[in-house]
Write a protein that binds this ligand. Sequence first.
Ligand SMILES: [Zn+2]
Length: 270
Amino acid sequence: MTHRQSPADHQVVAEEAKAKAKPGTWLPVLVYRSSVTAGNVARLIGDGTIVVYRPRGSFEAYAARHESGTAVWTRYVAGLDVEPMPDRLTVRVPDYGPQRGYEGVRIATVEISSRCSRCGGPRGPVRAHSFVRDGARLICDRWTNACGHVEEYSAVLAEARQLAASAGPGGRNRRKPPIAGVDGGRYKAAVDLIAEYLREVPHWRALSASNVVERAGHAEAARVIRRFVQASPTGHSTSARGAALYLNDLDTRTRMAIKDEAARTKGATK
Ligand SMILES: [Zn+2]
C-alpha cells in the first residue's frame, strides 16, 4: 500500500472513507515525521476540528508507528455499529527458540499492538490455526492484514518482548486509569460492577464479566458484551476492561447524539 504525499488532502480522504463499499474501513491519511504531529492530527480528525470530518464523531482516527514515521489512519463510522479498535491484541505464536536447528517449539501467548508493524494499518482478523508437531496437536493464531503486509512470527515475538519490557513497573500498562461508567448511561451500573472486579482481577476476561453482569441483573449489558467478544479479533481472550470501555463508548455516543439533537431542536425554534 502506498501512502499519500504531503500535505494531507483531507477532503479526498474523507470522501473516500465515506464512499467505501465496506463501511467502517480504516484508510491511511498520511505518514508524519513527528509522532506528536500525527497524534494531534488524529485528535483533530476525531473531534471534527478539521471541518471535512464533521459532524464531530462521524470519523475515528488514530496514530500508529509506521516504518518511515507515524501514520494516521481514519474511518467513517457515522450511523454504523462498528466495534472499537483495541490498542492491543493477545495472540498465540509458535516460539522456536533462539537457536538455529533447534527442533522444539512452544506456543507463547503474547500481547502485541493491534496495528501492522510496517504501516500502522489494522492487524487481523485473527484466526486459530492448528498444526501437529512431534505427534502433538498445537494451536497458534494467524492473521491476514488488509494492508497486505505479511508478518514473521519471530518479529512478532520481538515486538511482544519490547512491549512487555516497556510495560514493566511504572510502564504504560501499570498506569491504566481506573474505569468508571458514564453518568446517566444505560450501561453505567454494569461498567461500575466490572470496574470493581477489575481492581481485584486486572486480567479478567470479558466472557466471565458477561456472566457476572448477567447474574447482577444487567441482561442487556451481558448480551452486548457477548456480541463484542464474538466480533473481536481476540475472541475469547478479549479483556473485561476492553468490554467495559466498549460499553462506555456506546453510552458516550448516545449522549453525544442526544446533545446534537438538542442543539438542532434549539436552533430550529430560534
Ligand atoms: Zn501493513
